[in-house]
Design a binder for this molecule. Sequence first.
Ligand code: B1M
Length: 211
Amino acid sequence: MADLNALAEAIISGNQAEAVRLTQEAINEGVAPGAILNEGLVAGMSVVGAKFKANEFYVPEVLIAARAMKSAMELLRPLLASSGVQPKGKVAIGTVRGDLHDIGKNLVAMMLEGGGYEVIDLGVDVSPEKFVEAVQTQDVKLVGLSALLTTTMPAMKDTIEALKEAGVRDKVGVLIGGAPVTQDYADEIGADAYAPDAASAVDKANELVGA
Ligand code: B1M
């Protein structure tokens, strides 16, 4: 009998092989893909996020858990698509123009995926135009901007301005973060939310899309 609690535990402990095995077992037994996602993978990643926030887990543990989650997601993704389980929404995330730091952005992307979002990762050094194009061509609900350098923070403002100029600013929520970024800066440039870490990013995303 498929054990979704054990699957959540495998994610929390970052046991990739066990996470894949339990996911496959649940699929074979006909457990609904949405239940495997929410009661197994998302439940596990929520605990990981809470532990990370509480400084009980550090970056390596989160990366290992996210790797287990991603491997299990590979099995589940095609089934979720065909069973009509809707992600909470699409998030286009990237590190802003001029900035090559991606460790934090990748963590945020993985936590968002673990939180039930479809993530379009635009990579690093992403121009405002590229963010605009993602919003215009895909049904994006949230734009996530990451910056690690004080010198690239203004590119966050430029990106928001570009969204306005393209007439798509009102279609999306804008979430920003990165070590030098603050709530004050988010307010100053007109972002919708700021998150200090990857787990909070999921909470903020949920608030913004009403999930
Ligand atoms: Co760079 N670097 N770096 N660097 N680097 C910093 C950021 C720096 C603080 C180091 C220092 O001087 N003490 C400094 C910035 C100073 C400043 O601007 N005030 C700096 C500098 C100066 C530079 C270069 C200019 C160095 C040079 O070439 N002279 C250069 C710039 C290159 C460029 O981007 N154009 C550079 C290059 C590099 C490497 C390539 C060597 C490497 C990056 C590798 C990579 O990312 N693939 C690197 C690294 C690793 C760092 C440090 C050491 C670590 C950053 C990191 O990954 N932290 C960093 C010093 C430090 O922070 N201790 C430093 C771990 C990560 C999990 O945390 O990214 O903060 P973080 O993400 C967190 C939160 O911020 C938040 O959630 C994450 C998880 O909790 N968050 C979001 C992040 N994005 C978010 C988005 C959200 C929400 C939350 O919503 C969308």
